[in-house]
Design a protein around this ligand. Structure first.
Ligand code: KIV
Ligand code: ZN
Length: 508
């Protein structure tokens, strides 16, 4: 039987460290359930000591996930480790993940500790974690810039203290595949007891090499890969789950390994993460980008029509990319809507279903044909929202090339109804300025993007905005057949996220 590669997903921890990708508890639980369905072996649910919100999310995920292991991250100290255990102890399969840096640069400038101290702390923290659970992972942060004999000594100490998984992170995305493969080989040849643990890698993508480095590590004996959906994560992101998994699937000749991932759930998972985090997937992104299977040139189209294999190394169906299908319309009832939600993998509580059904009916009145993408957008927009201070009641905008763009907006702010009017350079600017006036907020607009959810002029517009206030950023999304209304919804969604973050993330 082929060797198994453990897929450790850190979308909810390292992925959430992408600027602006904050998620609320319900959104994280929704993603965790989808990751479980996708077949990941380990879900890193968060960093419980970093904030009360993170703690609550990790605990909720531990209770909601049935198959996958649920990991909580902790620095190498008792307080972090005990707090992480509190959050994950309700999981069917809990894992404690503790880490400390091993590079000279980190020791000198960040930790301000000697090598002897770090060696002792690594062993002590693994031993502390072992008191809670037998399933302990240890990471040597910045491993690829560490002196190799010291790295080997720390790993050996962690194994002696009882670690069952040893993770070698390329924290700053510095390694080159041949060099990284050689590092893994050397560690396997020199560290005592390394054959008794699962060796893991965690690669960042600063040089665009995270997937290549992870594959080189697998070819040199690594059996766990840490990755994220759509490759999101700190700075340039992490190893992309879908890329590493499909490389293993597609190149069995060179990578004779097995994973538990069910590829046909990849696309839905990618869409869900993109929707919830607001991190748009670039069109040319491998596996899940909108152009990943689009053949444009005549020669390619001719070849694919004759035989798909000429220019396709895997099929879009194999990763679950649906053909845009007309599903429902104005006359569709409650039952049909519920069935379609089930087919798309949404399990909604009765109250949420009623909310979604009302939105669906409103949309069907404006737009004759409702596609899967429209339903997805309704569900992620309406359901799983964080508690919100600001609510849009009404917006009316006058614009054109012979008038000053003017917006009249009515909103609920902390339960109080307020109406205002304002001008702007264009209709979106007028709407945003008026919302700002009503909410008395001071955020700066960093990014504004608009997309059509499906084809045709009556398609819903999906707007993404990124706002910044006092160093905090938040992404908001809104969809509507009217792009100005979609813009207002996205703006208000981002304002609510900023409010939520103010309360929640005063942590580390
Ligand atoms: O990049 C890194 O080193 C990490 C560790 C906490 C595993 O994210
Ligand atoms: Zn990382």
């Amino acid at each position: 039987m082929a060797d198994k590669i453990v897929i450790f997903d850190t979308t909810l921890r390292d992925g959430e460290q992408s600027p602006g990708a904050t998620m609320n508890v319900a959104e994280k639980v929704r993603i965790a359930q989808q990751l479980d369905k996708l077949g990941v072996d380990v879900i890193e649910a968060g960093f419980p000591i970093s904030s009360q919100g993170d703690f609550d999310a990790v605990r909720a995920i531990a209770e909601a996930v049935t198959h996958a292991q649920v990991a909580g991250l902790a620095r190498a100290n008792n307080q972090d480790i005990d707090r992480a255990w509190e959050a994950i102890k309700g999981a069917s399969h809990p894992r404690l993940h503790t880490f400390i840096s091993t590079s000279d640069i980190h020791l000198k400038y960040q930790l301000k500790k000697t090598k002897e101290e770090v060696l002792r702390i690594a062993a002590q923290s693994v031993a502390r974690a072992k008191k809670h659970t037998p399933n302990v992972e240890f990471s040597a942060m910045d491993a690829t810039r560490s002196e190799i004999t010291f790295l080997a000594a720390v790993i050996e100490a962690a194994i002696r203290a009882g670690a069952t998984t040893i993770n070698i992170p390329d924290t700053v995305g510095y390694a080159i595949p041949s060099e990284f493969g050689a590092l893994i080989r050397t560690l396997r040849e020199t560290v005592q007891g390394i054959d008794k643990v699962i060796l893991s890698v965690h690669c960042h993508n600063d040089l665009g090499l995270a997937v290549a480095n992870s594959l080189a590590a697998i070819q040199n004996g690594v059996r766990q890969v840490e990755c994220t959906i759509n490759g999101i994560g700190e700075r340039a992101g992490n190893t992309s789950l879908e890329e590493v998994v499909m490389a293993i699937h597609t190149r069995k000749d060179l990578l004779p390994f097995a994973t538990r991932i069910v590829p046909k759930h990849i696309f839905a998972t990618s869409r869900l993460v993109s929707k919830i985090t607001g991190m748009v997937v670039q069109p040319n992104k491998a596996i899940v980008g909108t152009n990943a299977f689009a053949h444009e040139s005549g020669i390619h189209q001719d070849g694919v029509l004759k035989k798909k294999l000429t220019y396709e190394i895997m099929t879009p169906e194999s990763v679950g990319i649906p053909k845009s299908s007309l599903v429902l319309g104005k006359l569709s009832g409650r039952h049909a809507f519920k069935e379609r939600l089930k087919e798309l993998g949404f399990r909604l509580a009765e109250k949420d279903f009623e909310l979604a059904f009302t939105r669906f009916k409103e949309l069907a009145d404006k737009k004759r044909e409702i596609y899967d993408e429209d339903i997805e957008s309704i569900v992620t927009e309406e359901i799983n929202r964080m508690p919100h201070r600001f609510k849009l009641i009404y917006i009316n905008v006058m614009a054109g090339n012979m008038t000053v763009p003017t917006a009249t907006v009515k909103m609920e702010v902390d339960g109080q109804v307020i109406q205002e009017a304002g001008f702007g350079d264009g209709p979106v600017d007028a709407a945003f300025k008026t919302i700002k006036k009503i909410t008395r907020t001071r955020s700066k607009l960093l990014q504004f993007a608009i997309n059509a959810i499906t084809g045709g002029t009556e398609a819903q517009g999906e707007v993404t905005v990124r706002l910044e206030e006092k160093g905090r950023t938040a992404i908001g999304q809104g969809a509507d057949t009217d792009v100005i209304v979609a813009s207002a919804k996205a703006y208000i969604n981002a304002l609510n996220k900023l409010e939520y973050r103010k309360k929640d993330r005063e942590g580390l």
